[in-house]
Design a protein around this ligand. Structure first.
Ligand code: GRF
Length: 216
């Protein structure tokens, strides 16, 4: 089976990246991670990637005069490794439309909320403040607007009495790891294509925790 080459972009601990690395060890997984890149030289995830034998690169945004030149360097690095799909996994730089349009429908993000609720940061605190009973995570194709774009999959978790941002975050993170691997597999096997700003899924069976897009 021909595998799709993917790059994973991180800025920090890299637990979603690690989940993708583990999923990609399965010979039936349709993607191969050719590069883990970080804007942060101290990202803990870089060590995890190296230990797994994956190529890593640092493109430190602080070494560039502006966002454009940083993104051009990031883009060239990704292309150097032949990646066809880019997965953001806790990548903490806002990307300009230049980058997101260059990778339109090939750039995937995971966000720790059920979008379109709670875009941006501190999603677990905000979910608790809002008193929602259900929270979760979303994997979506990236559009220029932050935390926006066609949704590939979502996973829901309950908000339980006594939850703190930490306990809720841990529950969501566990769901993230399963969801991200499933969604990247769908995208890399051509089973999650964008049509009319919705993702059309071509799947007979779906993980129980993935919520189907009602338009399919
Ligand atoms: C995750 O919650 C992800 O949804 C968000 O940033 C966090 C990154 O965590 N975009 P990790 O680095 O993957 O552990």
């Amino acid at each position: 089976m021909a595998k799709t080459k993917i790059a994973v972009l991180i800025s920090g601990r890299g637990s979603n990246m690690q989940a993708l690395i583990e999923a990609a060890q399965d010979e039936d997984f349709p993607a191969e991670i050719v590069l883990v890149a970080s804007n942060n030289p101290d990202a803990a995830g870089l060590e995890i990637a190296r230990a797994a034998g994956i190529e890593t690169e640092v493109v430190n945004h602080r070494e560039f005069d502006d966002r454009e030149s940083f993104e051009e360097a990031l883009d060239s690095t990704i292309r150097l490794y032949g990646a066809r799909i880019v997965c953001l996994a806790g990548f903490m730089r806002i990307l300009t439309p230049w980058f997101t349009e260059r990778w339109r429908d090939l750039l995937i993000n995971i966000h720790p909320s059920l979008l379109p609720a709670f875009k941006g940061l501190h999603t677990h605190e905000r979910a608790l403040e809002a008193g929602v009973r259900i929270h979760g995570c979303t994997v979506h194709y990236v559009r220029p607007e932050m935390d926006d774009g066609p949704i590939i999959g979502q996973a829901a978790v309950p908000v339980l009495p006594g939850d703190t941002p930490d306990t809720l975050s841990a529950r969501v993170l566990q769901a993230e790891h399963a969801l991200y691997a499933q969604c990247v597999a769908l995208a890399c096997s051509g089973k999650a294509r964008v049509a009319g700003e919705r993702v059309r899924l071509q799947v007979r069976e779906f993980g129980a925790e993935l919520l189907m897009n009602p338009h399919d």
